[in-house]
Design a protein around this ligand. Structure first.
Ligand SMILES: Cc1cc2nc3c(=O)[nH]c(=O)nc-3n(C[C@H](O)[C@H](O)[C@H](O)COP(=O)(O)OP(=O)(O)OC[C@H]3O[C@@H](n4cnc5c(N)ncnc54)[C@H](O)[C@@H]3O)c2cc1C
Length: 424
């Protein structure tokens, strides 16, 4: 950092999606504000590059507070409404990134390259005059008079306002290693204890169905049982892997399993392989199958409902001879198959942890932030945006939308600080 950069009006710590958005929007809204964007890694935006299978699922056609877990939904709603999806699409179009829609409303760049999304953001940051300083980790942020002193390995930076955009702890090799949580805590914020989110689940080696099914996927409805009662139900594609289960529905379920464990609750997961069907419906279906096709084997009949390899694995686990004709299936075995189809236990023993997690659940408590400005309620002049807050979205572009929206809300307040007092 040169001596000319030793003070600025706005210092943004962390050049991921949320930090880049905050810095760009602040300068767009008020080119007179000096903005320095500090990034600890040598190259900014590493997580954008790996996102969406290196294609970057930028947002979703419909984003509401119901797509998120964590802090209060009214706060999430207010932030999303202030910078909705239409504004995100328009912004990316302006910076040269046209988006197209794919399954489940996911929006990707037309070029299908995350690199193009990051390059466009970096180009725009440079165009509007953001001073980006990479390889410059913030070691501490302290109050200094009316403003702040940001200590970095390359010198101190004085700033009137500081934005913490340091992300969570997922994929720590990208630079988001949770250090920002310590900065926030030192400045007086409560932390909701973090856990990984959107992470594959490990199943018990001996009792899990996954061994031999690696690579097979199917649509399921998962139920997460907490203390014996239904906690959460999620529908989507499940991917069997050598270690357990992955795919959108398992990843979405992971935060619920981990949060329940964190709270010391008893937690179990079952899969309905006939999304939504009840035991009674499945039992009736098997009864009529036996009448319609008495000579068919149990395994071939089951393979009309689930993938053939899953049918075989289920029957092995249930110790039912799959070659038996349907006409000779006992009532007890028929009912065990029907029950297995609607509530197959997934013996979850853990997750793959932060190194494989797409987000962090938990983080800085939303109640300590003013949702109209993203300014801290406990440390005026400090702003918090993005994944470091206690908000985590499901798979589908929702986490990036949170980054863009929270960044824009903060930028609006930072661009014209005198106006933000009115909203406080
Ligand atoms: C594999 C993977 C795929 C994903 N795919 C998608 C997807 O397709 N769509 C979607 O919506 N979401 C996706 N996500 C989630 C999404 O990437 C994150 O929610 C989002 O990047 C969070 O943005 P952020 O700016 O808050 O934090 P980050 O992107 O984590 O950025 C924080 C930045 O702060 C820097 N930093 C940290 N501490 C310091 C410090 N002390 N000083 C200076 N700099 C610091 C870090 O180096 C980092 O660059 C994916 C995540 C992963 C891991």
């Amino acid at each position: 950092m040169t001596s000319r950069l030793q003070s600025c009006e706005v210092a943004v710590v962390g050049a991921g999606a949320a930090g880049l958005a905050t810095a760009i929007f602040t300068r767009r809204l008020n080119p007179a504000r000096s903005v320095v964007l500090l990034e600890g890694a040598k190259r900014p935006g590493a997580k954008i590059l790996v996102s969406g299978g290196s294609r970057c699922n930028v947002t979703n056609t419909i984003v509401t507070d119901r797509d998120f877990w964590g802090g209060r939904s009214t706060i999430v709603r207010s932030v999303l409404r202030a910078f909705p999806v239409a504004d995100t699409i328009a912004f990316f179009r302006e910076i040269g990134v046209a988006l197209h829609e794919e399954a489940d409303g996911k929006l990707f760049p037309d070029t299908n390259r995350a690199r193009d999304v990051l390059d466009a953001l970096l180009r725009e940051a440079a165009r509007v005059g953001v001073t980006l300083v990479a390889d410059c980790r913030a070691l501490d942020v302290q109050r200094a008079g009316e403003g702040f002193l940001v200590t970095t390995a390359r010198g101190d930076l004085r700033a009137d306002a500081v934005v913490l955009a340091t992300g969570g702890q997922s994929l720590p090799k990208t630079g988001s290693d949770g250090a920002g949580f310590l900065l926030a805590r030192r400045l007086g914020h409560d932390l909701v204890e973090p856990t990984p989110g959107l992470v594959p689940l490990l199943l018990d080696r001996d009792t899990g169905l996954h061994r031999g099914l690696s690579g097979v996927s199917q649509d399921v409805k998962l139920t997460i049982w907490i203390d014996g009662a239904i906690g959460t139900r999620l529908t989507g594609t499940l991917l069997w892997t050598h270690f357990g289960v992955s795919g959108p529905v398992a990843m979405n379920a992971s935060r619920h399993w981990l949060r329940a464990k964190l709270e010391g609750r008893s937690v179990a997961v079952t899969a309905n392989f006939c999304t939504g069907a009840s035991f009674e419906q499945m039992d009736a279906r098997w009864t009529s199958l036996a009448t319609e096709r008495p000579k068919a084997s149990v395994q071939s009949a089951l393979a009309t409902i689930v993938p053939a390899s899953v049918a075989e694995a289920m029957l092995t686990a249930l110790r039912i001879d799959g070659t038996r004709e349907l006409a000779h299936l006992t009532r007890d075995d028929r009912r065990r198959i029907a029950h297995g189809l609607v509530a197959w236990p997934l013996p979850v023993v853990g997750t793959r942890g932060y190194n494989y997690a797409e987000v962090t659940a938990g983080g800085v408590a939303l109640t300590t932030v003013n949702p109209a400005t993203m300014e801290s309620r406990v440390c005026p002049g400090l702003y918090l945006v993005g994944e470091m807050l206690d908000v985590d979205g499901r798979i589908g572009g929702f986490n990036f939308q949170w980054a863009w929206s929270s960044g824009h809300v903060a930028a609006t307040a930072l661009a014209h600080p005198e106006g933000s007092w009115l909203k406080a």
